[in-house]
Design a protein around this ligand. Structure first.
Ligand SMILES: *Cc1c(COP(=O)(O)O)cnc(C)c1O
Length: 427
């Protein structure tokens, strides 16, 4: 639906019923699909015709929801995954293998940092983590001849740094690699990084897209603008024959707009799984239908809470890029003019012990390993999600010992600030 506004796309994209068909996207809860002849199915296995044969690779419900997210981001193709982690993993593994290298912002989600720095390192893919606020020259200096991608987080979880997408895209393209952006916190309602030069988007749909804490999921969107064929030696997986499909060359058969997602689907999903259940995709789609309405309210609540906290005497600091005095305000004005996200980070006076005490005294906000939910929740990253990281890695991820990550839900902003006022009073 290229001509429609984002609100309309949230509601309508991805599934268009024909006369007499269900109005809501059907949940195709079937592992497999029936064919009249073996030859017909054989053509699917050779990627000569498109269709469904086994849900580990593709399912109509999942594809409908992926198509909606592709449309929201302005991409050419998308694939759902069973989690955000799987989306981040596949986004890189689709174009990098043992012996390759990736440059990555150090301000990323703790789970992504473990995946890249520990697990993918064991697979022989090396990551260089750089401060996202470094100069363009410093960013370019991190590239090597075997670098296959640049990765960053649009609004970083939990440090809430805003990515300078144009700087990152410039460095990626000058070095002949795609820019992959995790757009989980901003969502395509507030920012579409493809419009600023990013090439591939990943999401944890578990967060705002679902928005109700009901379904873990992820998504990869390809912008279809990166020309892999300019670098055939660098991306042989896309530009050279795939022996597991009788020598198919993805860029030739599926073109620039389809090669990357087709390869991820028919090769990585086939071999590694991480397929979402169609039922979870349906739940994600319910969330997507109201994403534009909810994001506005999440942001309004976060602005009210951030203002309240920044004027409170028992709060040492507040990170929220939509506050004029925030370090990232100028980048936010450029890339996130209509709002950023509902997540705030702050430090209470008195350090880590005060943070623990404050959280215990919150009645409305619940302590949960979750963000971007209809219900307000909070977490002490240094003591939980990021407790595996050493001091240097914590500092690089922008996590201080006193940091509370506070995710504003959809409740009344006044109730949230009353709740915080009560708990701050106790420390
Ligand atoms: C939660 C999160 C992830 C991981 O997603 P899961 O759905 O939990 O696997 C990745 N990136 C960001 C920014 C996240 O907040």
């Amino acid at each position: 639906m290229p001509d429609h506004k984002i609100e309309t796309k949230c509601v309508l994209s991805g599934y268009t019923p024909q006369s007499g068909q269900p109005r809501q996207i059907p949940i195709v809860q079937s592992t497999t699909f029936k064919y009249d002849s073996g030859e017909e199915m054989g053509r699917l296995f050779d990627l000569e015709s498109s269709g469904y044969f086994y849900t580990r690779l593709q399912n109509p419900t999942n594809d409908g929801v992926a198509a909606k997210i592709a449309d929201l981001e302005g991409g050419s193709a998308a694939m759902l995954t069973a989690s955000g982690q799987a989306a981040s993993f596949y986004s890189i593994f689709n174009i990098a293998s043992c012996g390759d290298h990736v440059v990555c912002s150090s301000a990323i989600y703790g789970g992504t940092s473990n995946l890249f720095a520990v697990t993918m390192k064991r697979m022989g893919i090396e990551f260089t983590f750089i401060d996202p606020d470094c100069s363009y020259e410093a960013l370019c200096a991190a590239f090597r001849p075997n670098t296959k991608a640049l990765f960053g987080e649009m609004i970083s979880n939990p440090s809430l740094k805003v990515l300078d997408i144009e700087k990152f895209a410039g460095a990626a393209h000058a070095n002949g690699v795609p820019l992959i952006v995790d757009n989980t916190f901003a969502t395509p309602v507030n920012c579409r990084p493809l419009e600023w030069g990013a090439d591939i988007i990943v999401h944890s749909t578990t967060k705002y897209m679902d928005g109700h804490g009901a379904a873990v999921g992820g998504c990869i969107v390809d912008g279809g603008k990166f020309d892999w064929t300019l670098y055939p030696d660098k991306y042989p997986g896309l530009c050279a024959p795939d022996d597991s499909y009788r020598g198919v060359i993805y860029t030739e058969r599926f073109g620039q707009s389809g090669a990357y997602i087709t390869k991820a689907t028919v090769q990585l999903m086939r071999d590694l799984g991480a397929t979402p259940s169609p039922h979870n995709a349906f739940i994600t789609n319910l969330g997507l239908e109201s994403l534009h309405v909810r994001m506005k309210r999440h942001c309004e609540n976060a602005e009210a809470v951030a203002k309240f906290l920044s004027s409170h005497e028992k709060v040492s600091w507040v990170n929220y890029c939509s506050l004029p005095k925030d370090r990232y305000y100028d980048l936010a004005k450029k890339y996130l003019p209509n709002g950023s996200c509902g997540v705030i980070a702050f430090g209470p006076a008195g350090g880590a012990p005060a943070a623990e005490k404050l959280m215990k005294n919150l009645k409305l906000a619940q302590i949960a390993t979750h963000v971007a939910d209809a219900r307000t929740c909070c977490l002490h990253p240094a003591g939980t999600t990021h407790r595996q990281l050493g001091d240097a890695a914590l500092a690089a991820a922008g996590v201080s010992a006193d940091m509370i990550r506070y995710s504003c839900g959809l409740e009344s902003a006044g109730d949230l600030t009353d709740d915080l006022a009560f708990a701050l009073d106790k420390i």
